[in-house]
Design a protein around this ligand. Structure first.
Ligand code: ZN
Length: 567
């Protein structure tokens, strides 16, 4: 009998980290059936000479919850070799949700993940109330696979209504949340996510609901996964060392993993200019925790977190109280306040002189003006604020605010507080304990596009910087993620495994520069990011993309819906 698909002569990086080898991969009914030198016929044969054949990459940190409703192939992720996405991170999901709570739920995505409310209102049509119903809706039309976490904010709002953003839960309410979580996991959720980041607010200025949870509530919810012996826990409590003492955070993550017995994925290890050695301490802590047998894993990123902003939409200054207060005011008022010399004095203190840790680096030599809003200032594009200030003989705050005011707050800047020191990033990536990802795909649509973390990792860090072997790199993007998130039939090229594959050219694979397009519902704009060197992705045995183009197939599935993974 002919195979459905035969990939011939590729270099197989099977996800285990073992040495790669030249061979063929045969697929039938969505599964890998044979490996080696195969001569049987196939409905489709793909010559993969010179290409790497690897398990499809699993993007475990996305906010594609809404986008998947109108974009079943999950652009731009699918262009980077991603075959499975995990939405529902950071406590945010669109289910469960009752009709009266819809605005509150959307409001969390608007501010925390910077998605336009107009787009969400138009495109999210609420054909569900429970998590099971949401998964059913997704499953009707998917190009990539989806394995979804349930968000703590939605659980709280579902049980407590608006009071979820105001107070701790009463014992009966925690019990009710546990019941809903139990139902959701039985229906196919692959775990739950929670978020106590003190700067995360809804569009109406209220804290997101999961911030009001006590430690005990989080531990109780984690215990549900322990009881079901299924699911992972994603947790963010803000920037470690800024939002809370790093030790307090890491200890709590370990407690959560120890008490639930389930894998905890915590956010995050990155290099930061304000505490340049913290990453090393966090890596040591991760190693110590894992050495005690507790499954608690840090995530990290292969890229700079670039933040593009203007003073109409900036969130980079949210740790600085005077800045934050002004940036929550109407634009007209901001224009007035930013002119005030006394206010500027305070702004200067917080953003230049103060030593308190902050996610904003206070490195004005790393804040670049990337797009002028008026022709007059075009010549300043690409220069840092520090450089502009020096040539103008001003201090940085005056230069920054004068320029923004002159352009009605539309001057576009870019900065990154994270991962500026590449030697540190190399050490973080190399650690056997770190999960490489955190694309935030589907979020902060106009500030930054992190879709290409995997192609960045393969092209820059592995090919050019040689931080590890390609075998090890592929393992980190596939088998390691699948194992920690319980996707036990993915992440390896082996007979009986799902045929999720990526074919790429190791000598050319890389991420492209993000570009602005107007393809959101209603014609709203967002950044997309293409990749080079990715030849093909295969999802459940069917090609999904070829040379960056969608094949028109929709072979994706909601994963995790059955306790029995292998049929
Ligand atoms: Zn997130």
């Amino acid at each position: 009998m002919p195979y459905d698909l035969l990939i011939k002569g590729g270099h197989i990086y099977d996800g285990s980290g073992l040495p790669s080898y030249t061979g063929d991969v045969a697929v039938e009914a969505g599964r890998i059936v044979e490996l080696g030198r195969l001569s049987g016929g196939a409905r489709r044969v793909i010559q993969a000479d010179g290409l790497a054949v690897a398990p499809g990459f699993i993007d475990f940190h996305t906010h594609l919850d809404a986008q998947l409703l109108w974009d079943p192939i999950a652009t731009s992720s699918c262009w980077h070799g991603i075959t499975t996405v995990i939405p529902g991170n950071c406590g945010l999901t669109l289910a469960p949700c009752r009709p009266q709570d819809r605005e509150g739920i959307l409001g969390s995505f608007v501010r925390v993940e910077a998605m336009p409310l107009k787009v969400l209102r138009e495109a999210v049509n609420w054909e569900w109330e429970t998590f099971a119903e949401y998964l059913n809706r997704l499953d009707r039309r998917l190009g990539v696979n989806v394995a979804a976490l349930v968000g703590h904010c939605a659980l709280r709002q579902f049980v407590m209504g608006e009071e979820a953003t105001e107070r701790a839960a009463r014992p009966g309410e925690t019990e009710r949340m546990k019941e809903i979580l139990r139902e959701s996991v039985r229906a196919g959720a692959i775990g739950f996510s929670t978020n106590q980041n003190p700067v995360h607010m809804r569009a109406d200025g209220k804290p997101i609901a999961s911030r009001l949870a006590t430690d005990e509530e989080i531990l109780e919810l984690g215990s549900v996964l322990g009881e079901l012996n299924k699911g992972s826990i994603q947790i963010s409590q803000g920037t470690l060392g800024v939002s809370l003492p790093a030790e307090q955070g890491v200890n709590f993550f370990s407690r959560l993993a120890a008490r639930s017995g389930r894998p905890v994925i915590w956010q995050a290890i990155a290099h930061r200019w304000d505490q340049p050695d913290l990453w090393r301490w966090l890596l040591d802590m991760a190693q110590e925790t894992l050495a005690t047998g507790v499954p608690s894993y840090p995530l990290c990123n292969a890229r700079l977190f670039n933040n593009r902003f203007n003073l109409k939409n900036a969130q980079v200054f949210d740790d600085l109280p005077t800045w934050k207060e002004i940036l929550f005011k109407p634009v007209e008022e901001r224009l007035r306040i930013f002119r005030d010399a006394q206010v500027r004095q305070k702004l200067r203190y917080e953003a230049v002189e103060e030593k308190r840790p902050s996610r904003f680096s206070r490195r004005w030599d790393l804040v670049y003006m990337i797009k002028a809003a008026t022709p007059k200032n075009k010549s300043l594009e690409g220069k840092s604020v520090d450089e502009i200030a020096r040539t103008q003989g001003k201090d940085v705050i005056d230069a920054f605010l004068d320029l923004s005011l002159e352009e009605n707050l539309e001057t576009l800047f870019q900065t990154s507080s994270n991962n500026g020191d590449e030697n540190a990033v190399a050490e973080i990536l190399k650690s056997p304990f770190t999960l490489v990802g955190q694309s935030d795909a589907g979020a902060h649509l106009i500030y930054d596009a992190g879709y290409g973390y995997a192609t960045r990792f393969l092209g820059y860090w592995i090919r050019e910087r040689k931080v590890m072997s390609l075998e090890e790199g592929v393992r980190k993007l596939t088998f390691m993620v699948a194992s920690i998130f319980g996707l036990h039939d993915r992440g390896l090229i082996r007979p009986r495994m799902a045929a999720d594959l990526v074919l790429f050219d190791p000598s050319t694979v890389r991420e492209c520069e993000p570009e602005m397009v107007n393809d959101l519902p209603g014609g709203e704009k967002r950044l997309v990011q293409k990749a080079a060197g990715v030849k093909m992705t295969v999802v459940n045995g069917e090609p999904l993309t070829e040379d960056g183009e969608h094949t028109s197939a929709l072979p994706g599935q909601v994963l995790g819906r059955s306790g029995r993974v292998i049929p």
